[in-house]
Design a binder for this molecule. Sequence first.
Ligand code: PNS
Length: 177
Amino acid sequence: MSHNPDPERQVRRAVCPGSFDPVTNGHIDIISRASLLFDEVVVAVGINKSKSRARLFTAEERMSMLEKVCADFPNVTVAGFEGLLTTFCEERGIRAIVKGLRAVSDFDYELQMAQMNSSLVDVETVFIPTSPEYSFLASSLVKEVATFGGDVSGLIPTDVLTRLTERLAERAREDRA
Ligand code: PNS
Protein backbone atom coordinates (compact mmCIF):
# COMPACT_ATOMS: atom_id res chain seq x y z
CA MET A 1 0.00 0.00 0.00
CA SER A 2 1.41 3.43 -0.91
CA HIS A 3 1.65 5.94 1.88
CA ASN A 4 1.93 9.68 1.35
CA PRO A 5 3.48 10.98 4.58
CA ASP A 6 2.47 14.56 3.86
CA PRO A 7 -0.69 14.92 1.74
CA GLU A 8 -0.68 18.70 2.34
CA ARG A 9 2.81 19.10 0.95
CA GLN A 10 2.98 21.80 -1.70
CA VAL A 11 4.51 21.27 -5.10
CA ARG A 12 8.20 22.09 -4.80
CA ARG A 13 9.09 24.45 -7.62
CA ALA A 14 12.51 25.79 -8.52
CA VAL A 15 13.88 28.17 -11.09
CA CYS A 16 17.20 27.79 -12.93
CA PRO A 17 17.84 31.34 -14.16
CA GLY A 18 20.50 32.49 -16.59
CA SER A 19 21.37 34.15 -19.86
CA PHE A 20 22.01 30.84 -21.69
CA ASP A 21 23.75 32.55 -24.62
CA PRO A 22 23.90 29.70 -25.57
CA VAL A 23 23.06 26.76 -23.29
CA THR A 24 26.10 24.56 -22.54
CA ASN A 25 26.54 21.03 -21.24
CA GLY A 26 27.38 22.62 -17.89
CA HIS A 27 23.91 24.22 -17.76
CA ILE A 28 22.29 20.92 -18.69
CA ASP A 29 24.21 19.20 -15.89
CA ILE A 30 22.70 21.61 -13.34
CA ILE A 31 19.18 21.56 -14.86
CA SER A 32 19.08 17.75 -14.91
CA ARG A 33 20.24 17.48 -11.31
CA ALA A 34 17.74 20.15 -10.20
CA SER A 35 15.00 18.16 -11.94
CA LEU A 36 15.73 15.25 -9.59
CA LEU A 37 15.45 17.43 -6.49
CA PHE A 38 12.28 19.40 -7.28
CA ASP A 39 8.79 18.53 -8.52
CA GLU A 40 8.87 21.27 -11.16
CA VAL A 41 11.79 23.22 -12.58
CA VAL A 42 11.45 26.34 -14.72
CA VAL A 43 14.51 27.30 -16.74
CA ALA A 44 14.19 31.09 -16.89
CA VAL A 45 15.97 33.02 -19.61
CA GLY A 46 16.79 36.58 -18.60
CA ILE A 47 15.59 39.10 -21.19
CA ASN A 48 17.55 42.24 -20.54
CA LYS A 49 16.80 44.58 -23.44
CA SER A 50 19.78 46.82 -22.65
CA LYS A 51 22.09 43.83 -23.11
CA SER A 52 20.44 42.47 -26.25
CA ARG A 53 23.15 43.89 -28.55
CA ALA A 54 25.78 42.07 -26.52
CA ARG A 55 24.02 38.73 -26.95
CA LEU A 56 24.84 36.36 -29.80
CA PHE A 57 21.32 34.87 -29.78
CA THR A 58 17.94 36.53 -29.26
CA ALA A 59 15.86 35.54 -26.24
CA GLU A 60 13.56 33.51 -28.53
CA GLU A 61 16.53 31.64 -29.99
CA ARG A 62 18.01 30.92 -26.56
CA MET A 63 14.63 29.64 -25.34
CA SER A 64 14.10 27.50 -28.41
CA MET A 65 17.52 25.82 -27.96
CA LEU A 66 16.73 25.21 -24.28
CA GLU A 67 13.30 23.76 -25.09
CA LYS A 68 14.92 21.26 -27.38
CA VAL A 69 17.60 20.16 -24.90
CA CYS A 70 15.17 20.07 -21.95
CA ALA A 71 12.58 17.97 -23.79
CA ASP A 72 13.97 14.82 -22.13
CA PHE A 73 13.15 16.13 -18.64
CA PRO A 74 9.38 15.78 -18.06
CA ASN A 75 9.24 18.19 -15.11
CA VAL A 76 11.29 20.97 -16.76
CA THR A 77 9.80 23.92 -18.68
CA VAL A 78 11.39 26.99 -20.24
CA ALA A 79 10.25 30.59 -19.85
CA GLY A 80 11.57 34.09 -20.40
CA PHE A 81 11.57 36.80 -17.78
CA GLU A 82 12.15 40.53 -17.75
CA GLY A 83 12.94 42.57 -14.67
CA LEU A 84 13.62 41.07 -11.29
CA LEU A 85 14.01 37.33 -10.85
CA THR A 86 12.23 37.62 -7.52
CA THR A 87 9.12 39.04 -9.23
CA PHE A 88 9.12 36.03 -11.57
CA CYS A 89 9.42 33.72 -8.53
CA GLU A 90 6.51 35.43 -6.76
CA GLU A 91 4.29 35.27 -9.85
CA ARG A 92 4.96 31.54 -10.29
CA GLY A 93 4.90 30.41 -6.65
CA ILE A 94 8.60 29.51 -6.81
CA ARG A 95 10.47 29.32 -3.51
CA ALA A 96 13.89 28.08 -4.70
CA ILE A 97 16.49 29.51 -7.07
CA VAL A 98 19.01 26.91 -8.27
CA LYS A 99 22.49 28.09 -9.24
CA GLY A 100 25.49 26.06 -10.32
CA LEU A 101 28.82 26.85 -8.66
CA ARG A 102 31.87 26.13 -10.78
CA ALA A 103 34.56 27.47 -8.49
CA VAL A 104 35.09 29.56 -5.37
CA SER A 105 35.38 32.59 -7.64
CA ASP A 106 31.68 32.21 -8.52
CA PHE A 107 30.72 32.24 -4.89
CA ASP A 108 31.24 35.91 -3.91
CA TYR A 109 28.79 37.32 -6.43
CA GLU A 110 26.36 34.42 -6.14
CA LEU A 111 26.22 34.84 -2.36
CA GLN A 112 25.55 38.56 -2.76
CA MET A 113 22.72 37.88 -5.24
CA ALA A 114 21.28 35.11 -3.04
CA GLN A 115 21.17 37.41 -0.03
CA MET A 116 19.69 40.28 -2.04
CA ASN A 117 17.02 38.02 -3.53
CA SER A 118 16.04 36.56 -0.15
CA SER A 119 15.84 40.09 1.28
CA LEU A 120 13.28 40.95 -1.41
CA VAL A 121 10.96 37.93 -1.25
CA ASP A 122 10.59 34.61 0.50
CA VAL A 123 13.01 32.62 -1.66
CA GLU A 124 16.00 30.38 -0.97
CA THR A 125 18.99 29.95 -3.26
CA VAL A 126 20.23 26.38 -3.61
CA PHE A 127 23.79 25.97 -4.89
CA ILE A 128 24.68 22.84 -6.82
CA PRO A 129 28.38 22.21 -7.42
CA THR A 130 29.08 21.83 -11.12
CA SER A 131 30.34 18.40 -12.11
CA PRO A 132 34.16 18.59 -12.32
CA GLU A 133 34.26 17.96 -16.08
CA TYR A 134 32.34 21.24 -16.60
CA SER A 135 34.07 23.39 -13.98
CA PHE A 136 35.80 25.58 -16.61
CA LEU A 137 32.78 25.89 -18.87
CA ALA A 138 31.10 29.22 -19.61
CA SER A 139 29.00 30.36 -22.58
CA SER A 140 31.32 33.34 -23.07
CA LEU A 141 34.39 31.09 -23.40
CA VAL A 142 32.58 28.69 -25.73
CA LYS A 143 31.73 31.64 -28.02
CA GLU A 144 35.28 32.98 -27.93
CA VAL A 145 36.91 29.62 -28.65
CA ALA A 146 34.41 28.87 -31.45
CA THR A 147 34.93 32.33 -32.98
CA PHE A 148 38.62 31.55 -33.44
CA GLY A 149 37.98 28.09 -34.84
CA GLY A 150 38.49 26.00 -31.69
CA ASP A 151 36.63 22.73 -31.23
CA VAL A 152 33.74 23.15 -28.77
CA SER A 153 31.82 20.07 -29.89
CA GLY A 154 32.17 18.32 -26.52
CA LEU A 155 30.94 21.35 -24.60
CA ILE A 156 27.53 22.11 -26.10
CA PRO A 157 24.71 19.98 -27.53
CA THR A 158 24.97 19.10 -31.24
CA ASP A 159 22.02 21.29 -32.29
CA VAL A 160 23.46 24.23 -30.38
CA LEU A 161 26.82 23.69 -32.08
CA THR A 162 25.10 23.84 -35.48
CA ARG A 163 23.32 27.09 -34.60
CA LEU A 164 26.47 28.58 -33.08
CA THR A 165 28.52 27.75 -36.17
CA GLU A 166 25.85 29.31 -38.43
CA ARG A 167 25.54 32.45 -36.30
CA LEU A 168 29.31 33.00 -36.11
CA ALA A 169 29.55 32.59 -39.89
CA GLU A 170 26.76 35.19 -40.31
CA ARG A 171 28.56 37.59 -37.97
CA ALA A 172 31.85 37.07 -39.83
CA ARG A 173 30.11 37.85 -43.15
CA GLU A 174 28.56 41.00 -41.63
CA ASP A 175 31.96 42.11 -40.33
CA ARG A 176 33.51 41.68 -43.79
CA ALA A 177 30.71 43.61 -45.56
O1 PNS B 1 23.83 33.42 -16.89
P1 PNS B 1 23.99 34.69 -16.09
O2 PNS B 1 24.33 35.84 -17.01
O3 PNS B 1 24.97 34.54 -14.96
O4 PNS B 1 22.55 34.99 -15.45
C1 PNS B 1 22.37 36.10 -14.61
C2 PNS B 1 20.92 36.24 -14.17
C3 PNS B 1 20.01 36.41 -15.39
C4 PNS B 1 20.50 35.00 -13.40
C5 PNS B 1 20.88 37.48 -13.25
O5 PNS B 1 21.48 38.55 -13.90
C6 PNS B 1 19.48 37.85 -12.82
O6 PNS B 1 18.93 37.25 -11.93
N1 PNS B 1 18.92 38.87 -13.51
C7 PNS B 1 17.58 39.35 -13.27
C8 PNS B 1 17.58 40.75 -12.67
C9 PNS B 1 17.64 40.68 -11.16
O7 PNS B 1 16.81 40.08 -10.52
N2 PNS B 1 18.67 41.34 -10.61
C10 PNS B 1 18.91 41.36 -9.19
C11 PNS B 1 19.86 40.22 -8.78
S1 PNS B 1 20.17 40.22 -7.06
